[in-house]
Design a binder for this molecule. Sequence first.
Ligand code: ADP
Length: 508
Amino acid sequence: MAKFASSKRQSRQTAPHPVRVLYVTSEIAPLIKTGGLADVSASLPPALREMGVDVRVLVPGYDSALSGLRYKRKLAAIVLPHFPPATLLSARLPSGVPLLTIACPPLFQRSGGPYQDGQGADWPDNALRFGFLSRVAALLAGEESPLSWRPNIVHGNDWQCGLIPAYLQLTDAGASSASARTLFTVHNLAFQGIFPPSSVAELGLPAASFAIDGLEFHGNMSFLKAGLFYADGINTVSPTYASEIQTEALGFGMQGLLKSRAGVLWGILNGIDDETWDPARDPLIPQRYTALTLEDKAANKLALQNRLGLAADAQIPLLGVVSRITHQKGLDLLIEMAARLVATPAQIAILGSGDAELQKSLDDLARRQPDRIAVSHEFDEALAHLIEAGSDMFLMPSRFEPCGLNQMYSQRYGTPPVVRATGGLADSVVDCDGAMANDSDRPTGFVFRDATDADFLAAVIRAIAAWRDKPLWREIQRNGMGRDFSWKASARQYLETYRLLLDKHWKD
Ligand code: ADP
């Protein structure tokens, strides 16, 4: 895995290129959100802009994106072979960052989610939809662009943007765009954008690219593999995950390719939007508080218990979860252990949706003990904030976690997380035990090693014991609240990476 050069060496090695970034994403808060990518897309570009980077964001023109934007301006008609005609619009994000969006009703304007219909089935034309997003990004980087502004970095995220470097390298789109370099960020390697081989021709890509050294992945084409193979640089959203994806256990079949590209593979821990997620200013919680007024947090616990119909009891520890309900997130471990946990005693508040069977198991548990376990499957931003503020501790028993945001939110809210030592969880939570921490790290939560019932249960029991020791608990809470999870440090690393990619002498 590539390491960041020290900033001193860096400044001697690289020319001060003006950096112009086209940041391409399939979701962005508050316009469209299914998970952490939306939060990252909303907060990394403004952090870069503050550092002087000329960054513009490109998103598909979903209904919610178009209706959520005021003062849209029509920039150009887009007519490309293989795709329906579209219009490029410009607007501004709430953060002030310029936004480009692709209005194309047949591809993007429909009711349902960005990737799936209302029943949870993938849209059948996803290859065309996100192929188009990638193709338009490549157009904007090349000489045929209808805009006078030309990026020198095209930064794509996840499989939906995987074809950007493929279009730039393999088609006319990139013929005269030698100066645009590509960075491809993997937020989750498990989502691979797999489509039948016929998609290669349908999307206007050369037949020869359907090969092991190209787009092919076990007989199909993979957008994710295209990104990993053709991008000039790759990064994932935490240093630990960048190492883990080079192993068979977490490489999802891409580990060989990733290992071969280790020289241009970085791990950059996500930051968080520390204005939206700030207990001192949060308009979505009934009682605001700081590290100095932690006793006020109790009012949020009571509000959470009342809202979810849990017994209103300050003396019982309340464990919070906000998560996709999936095997990846270890929700099956929670289901296995829930009865034993609540018997300790404890309460559990869960917000999230996902796997139907796991959801049903959670619903059954809540039905049996409604005063101890509450579950909501809505997508509810306000309840997510209330769970962060009102819970005593936060659970994330993930099997793998590229970065994870909630463990950072929860530290900021004085709600120490109990997490498995994987990916970004391992990189952002310091265990209370000290065994996993070095001397300079102050404990901020509870970390367990194996994704087993026993390890998970032991960690929660350890956390509950610490919660009963009020002075110790206050210390852990304040340590977490004092951590700097802002985007500043991460944005600096992204800028360093862009500069490295722009450096003419840079070699893979
Ligand atoms: P992932 O992107 O893998 O789902 P992250 O922890 O990186 O996980 O980010 C999840 C984001 O989505 C967080 O901001 C979390 O609060 C939010 N979230 C997940 N499910 C819900 C839900 N049901 N309601 C509100 N917010 C949710």
